[in-house]
Write a protein that binds this ligand. Structure first.
Ligand code: COA
Length: 320
């Protein structure tokens, strides 16, 4: 596992100088205290490369042993080429396949499922999966209902083929509901609304969200897919050592914990320091939890995410 978070911090106090908000509102409604901000010259692929290099070193392999790169991001360097291709070049690799997936904040659990199946069914041995999000590049700094929530980060894992049974990824459930896509979106810049003077003036290249509606569906879908995944794997909630949830809001995590009947203490939380970094929250939080000794070999770790699309998913891992 490897993580990269930019140095620069944006605190709740800083945000009170930008919009009509308060430290008290942000803390009590979201749990957030500060987030990290990438430098203007720092692209998603730059953050991805730093996280990837750390993950490859942590895996104890050489970068030449990577045989597939997948990147999840909603802030790609460009519409095309893919950020995975840009990353491949930045890592100094050639020939191996590289592609992006688009599943917003659920990107990491989606990638895990894709990589898992490619490792099990295909010729791949070491798959590099990277989430890299420069959300501050699509935030509307005049919209207090969204600008307080997001930050920048990248997280990478190397997933390797393993012949031992009952370790690694034990199961994975994904879901989506495209009819709700309009509740969390970036309206302009695609073929529906190409960039124009009007789209720029009207901030339509910025993220828009109906927070209240998103909140309810996030709680329901994450709880539901975790419950179904545990049933499918024949694991009781008590057996789970820790849960790594998407870090969108402390109140969402609290509600998911109550719905699942898993104590909040088992949920790893670092949104107070980083805010919501979309698909990068899970690898960032999981690496931190591992470094803190919250799980070790043999433990069951449950990941769950929800995001734009809507998309959602859960992954159950027995750590090796
Ligand atoms: N500071 C102060 N007041 C704010 C504010 C801010 N930053 N943002 C919104 N408000 C105000 C609203 O204007 C509203 O005022 P009103 O009652 O006078 O109209 C009031 O606070 C309540 O707003 P509401 O949107 O109902 O708050 P909420 O309790 O739903 O919290 C979110 C807002 C965004 C924190 C919450 O809905 C949320 O976390 N949603 C899901 C976010 C998420 O998961 N996103 C990503 C999915 S991956």
């Amino acid at each position: 596992m490897g993580v990269y978070t930019p140095e620069r911090r944006l605190t709740n106090a800083d945000l009170t100088r930008l919009v009509d908000t308060s430290d008290e509102w942000i803390r009590t409604r979201t749990g957030m205290i500060e987030r990290r901000i990438a430098e203007p010259h720092e692209a998603a692929s730059d953050m991805a490369a730093k996280a990837a290099e750390r993950a490859i070193a942590d895996a104890g392999i050489t970068k030449e042993e990577i045989d597939l790169i997948i990147v999840a991001t909603i802030t790609p360097d460009h519409a095309f080429p893919s950020t995975a291709c840009v990353l491949q070049a930045k890592l100094g690799l050639t020939d191996i396949p590289a592609f992006d997936i688009s599943a917003a904040c659920s990107g990491f659990v989606y990638m895990m499922q894709v990589a898992n199946h490619m490792l099990r069914a295909g010729d791949y041995r070491n798959v590099l999966i990277v989430s890299s999000e420069k959300l501050t590049s699509i935030v509307d700094w005049e919209d207090r209902s969204t600008c307080v929530l997001f930050g920048d980060a990248a997280g990478a894992f190397v997933l390797s083929k393993c012949s031992e049974p009952y370790v690694g990824i034990l199961g994975n459930i994904l879901g989506a509901d495209g009819s709700c896509g309009y509740l969390l979106k970036l309206p302009a810049g695609g073929s529906v609304m190409p960039a124009s003077y009007e789209t720029v003036v009207n901030s339509q290249h910025c993220l828009k969200m109906a927070g209240k509606e998103v909140f309810k569906v996030a709680v329901r879908t994450m709880s539901d897919c975790c419950r179904r995944l545990l049933e499918k794997c024949n694991i009781s909630p008590d057996e789970v050592k820790c849960v790594i949830p998407h870090q969108a809001n402390l109140r969402i995590i609290d509600a998911v914990a109550r719905h699942l009947g898993i104590p909040l203490e088992k949920f790893c939380i670092n949104l107070q320091n980083y805010g919501n970094t979309s698909s990068a929250t899970i690898p960032n939080c999981m690496k931190e939890a591992y470094d803190q000794g919250r799980f070790k070999a043999g433990d069951l770790v449950l990941l769950t995410a929800f995001g734009g699309g809507f998309t959602w998913g859960a992954t159950l891992i027995r750590w090796k």
